[in-house]
Design a binder for this molecule. Structure first.
Ligand code: ZN
Length: 408
């Protein structure tokens, strides 16, 4: 038995040390065996959560401090519902994650023209948000409204919801945001009962009203595909799901991932005059072929990049082709949330934007997709796609300007 066999056999460095002491190691190898064994004895077994390998790769590192062109971040969360139950926001009142001043300091440094705050709510909360951000700092902030799920059981909900969109439009909302609440949390009795489907007819007047008012619908359905598979050794996002078991949509009464995509598609097919910004790269960044097919099928669909550069950057050649082919249909988004330690890939700040810019503007290889000590969405690194200037300009701001109806 040689030394390597012994290791494989027992899985313990300690035995190797014993073997070495017993003279089973060939002369010349002895010192090395002792060092290995000592290290293994101290550190084994290393738990997965403690594993933080440092890459020995020496490749160019480009620091992109400012975006090459002014940026509109189409996907941020500056405010949030103050009251929520079982994943359903239930109050007009907003919680404010950051002051305009805090945000503007980063925006000015990073060449961010505007942030689109998707979770602006409705009613008094929406009005207050528009006053504090949009009106106080013209063209630096835009706010979207959200459905009033707390009124979902009222007999005339459909009509009431369509009217609420009109009111929100008058109050300054630029679009409608749909959280994954629809499809994964909202239930027949709001927080209990059976799950309400994305293509439920009761929402049809809401989608149509958005189309009539030229308010784009920013829609997030589903989540990473891995969240719909068991949290086991084969799950590529095991650590993330292990840390947040409530993020798993596997089992119980949850629909399958593709059922959500299909319900969304049936709904979009019924509303060809409404613009849909399908967030998180069409909700299926793991499968750009699927996203491409949907973009081809639905001319009223665009996508954003939010919280998915980890996916786009691990398939940089496919991504580059995707950006080239759909250069008029991709909007820059990050899902930036000020002070959100649970989601390091989304923490609003200089580092977050520098990573996005590096991905879009350089051909750097093998770098972190999130400002975090460990890759939080899966153990891999990303490479840049070095977009040409005309595409960069479209992705950074021109496509968003068109969807938001901005003149300049
Ligand atoms: Zn988001």
């Amino acid at each position: 038995m040689n030394r390597r066999d012994l290791f494989r056999w027992t899985g313990m460095g300690l035995v190797a040390k014993a073997a070495s002491a017993a003279g089973m190691v060939t002369p010349g190898e002895e010192g090395k065996a002792e060092t290995d064994a000592a290290t293994d004895a101290q550190e084994a077994p290393l738990s997965l959560e403690d594993y933080q390998p440092r890459s020995m790769l020496r490749v160019p590192e480009t620091h992109v401090a400012r975006a090459k062109y002014p940026v509109i971040d189409i996907h941020t969360h500056i405010t949030d519902a103050k009251v929520a139950k079982n994943g359903v926001g239930l109050s007009a009142a907003r919680a404010y994650a950051a002051t305009p001043q805090e945000l503007l300091a980063v925006m000015d440094r990073k060449n961010i023209r505007s942030m689109v705050n998707l979770t602006g709510g409705y009613g008094s909360g929406l009005k207050e948000t528009v006053a504090r951000y949009d009106d106080a700092h013209r063209d630096r902030f835009y706010t979207f409204t959200e459905p009033i799920y707390e009124k979902f059981l009222e007999p005339k909900y459909s009509q009431l919801q369509a009217e609420a969109i009109e009111r929100a439009h008058r109050d300054g909302a630029r679009g409608l945001k749909i959280l994954k609440t629809l499809g994964l949390y909202l239930r027949s009795n709001i927080t209990s009962g059976t799950l309400v489907k994305i293509d439920d007819r009761r929402f049809d007047p809401m989608w149509d009203t958005c189309g009539q008012l030229k308010m784009p619908v920013a829609i997030h359905i589903a989540d990473p595909v891995a969240f719909f598979t068991p949290t086991d050794r084969y799950n590529e996002r095991y650590e993330e799901l292990h840390n947040h078991p409530d993020w798993s949509f596997y089992g119980r009464d949850f629909p399958k991932f593709m059922e959500l995509i299909e319900a969304r598609n049936r709904m979009m097919a019924r509303h060809p005059n409404t613009h849909f910004i399908v967030l998180h790269t069409g909700n299926y960044a793991e499968n750009l072929q699927n996203v491409s097919e949907n973009l081809d099928r639905f001319p009223h669909m665009t996508v954003d990049t939010a919280a998915r550069i980890g996916e786009l950057g691990r398939q940089p050649r496919a991504s580059k082709k995707f950006f080239d082919k759909y250069q008029d249909r991709i909007l820059f988004g990050t899902d930036a949330s000020p002070h959100a330690p649970d989601v390091p890939q989304q923490i609003f700040g200089d580092r977050l934007y520098e990573i996005y810019y590096r991905f879009l503007e350089t051909d750097d290889e093998y770098f972190d997709y999130a400002p975090a000590p460990k890759p939080p969405q899966g153990r891999w690194e990303i490479s840049g796609i070095n977009l040409p200037d005309p595409i960069l300009r479209k992705v950074y701001n021109e496509n968003a300007k068109r969807e938001l109806g901005l003149v300049s």
